[in-house]
Design a protein around this ligand. Structure first.
Ligand SMILES: C[S@@+](CC[C@H](N)C(=O)[O-])C[C@H]1O[C@@H](n2cnc3c(N)ncnc32)[C@H](O)[C@@H]1O
Length: 217
């Protein structure tokens, strides 16, 4: 399996991406609206979307709260261009870059969401991101994470060792992001969120391997 750079991977699959997600990912027709329904309904709510892509979750969110302000961070310029075409007229600010690098600000968001994006990273990378995210949320703000999780600790270890093996075999530089799924278990993910200082961290629901986790600032 030849690993592709993260932005190249998604750019190459942009055509048909929404349909693929909705039909091939088990539970997608339920978990997108479920996730959107957990986001704030107040007009003028400020919401951050980490790895927004073409904004599947935002379609459901804007249908419930058309006045919300959304900042969408994604490292794929092509995915963001599709997002902008889809949501012209909505209050959405796309930021092209890695959420590990982009400054998220201090106490600016009522809520943050991330769907099917963070399962490519290690617990250490996430811990740094979650600390930054916590600081970016307002006092009573919260984070809704809907993502793909490993079915066991053994599976988690396997994904990470495979990722390392492939990168080393292919001589890839560790400073770039490559597309390879390395999900943590949902339990390990909740531990990272707690370690970052989030409270009331709980698994809300799952659809096979996709779970929704809630965390309060
Ligand atoms: C499977 S798509 C999910 C998109 C959207 N949230 C959805 O559920 O349809 C994953 C997205 O995460 C983005 N992504 C991956 N790593 C990222 C990073 N470090 N910073 C910003 N975006 C990232 C990819 O570019 C891609 O658009």
């Amino acid at each position: 399996m030849k690993l592709e750079k993260m932005d190249d991977f998604f750019a190459a699959r942009l055509d048909g991406y929404d349909e693929h997600m909705m039909t091939e990912i088990e539970g997608a027709k339920e978990f997108y609206p479920y996730t959107a329904a957990l986001l704030p309904t107040e007009h003028d709510a400020n919401v951050l979307d980490l790895g927004c892509g073409t904004g599947l979750e935002l379609e459901y969110y804007f249908a419930r709260n058309g006045e919300a302000h959304v900042v969408g961070v994604d490292m794929s310029a092509d995915m963001l261009a599709a997002l902008e075409r889809k949501f012209s007229g909505r209050r959405i600010r796309p930021i092209c870059g890695s959420y590990f690098d982009v400054p998220l600000g201090e106490s600016c968001f009522d809520a943050a969401v991330s769907v099917e994006s963070l399962h490519h990273f290690t617990a250490e990378q996430k811990l740094r991101l979650y600390k930054k995210l916590k600081a970016a949320l307002k006092d009573n703000g919260y984070f809704v994470l809907t993502d793909y999780f490993a079915e066991s600790e053994e599976a988690e270890r396997f994904y990470f060792s495979e990722s390392e093996r492939l990168k080393s075999e292919q001589g890839l530089v560790p400073t770039s992001f490559y597309h390879y799924d390395t999900p943590l278990t949902a339990e390990h993910e909740t531990e990272v969120l707690k370690k970052a200082g989030f409270s009331n961290v709980r698994i809300m629901r799952n659809w096979k391997a996709t779970y929704t986790i809630f965390a309060r600032r």
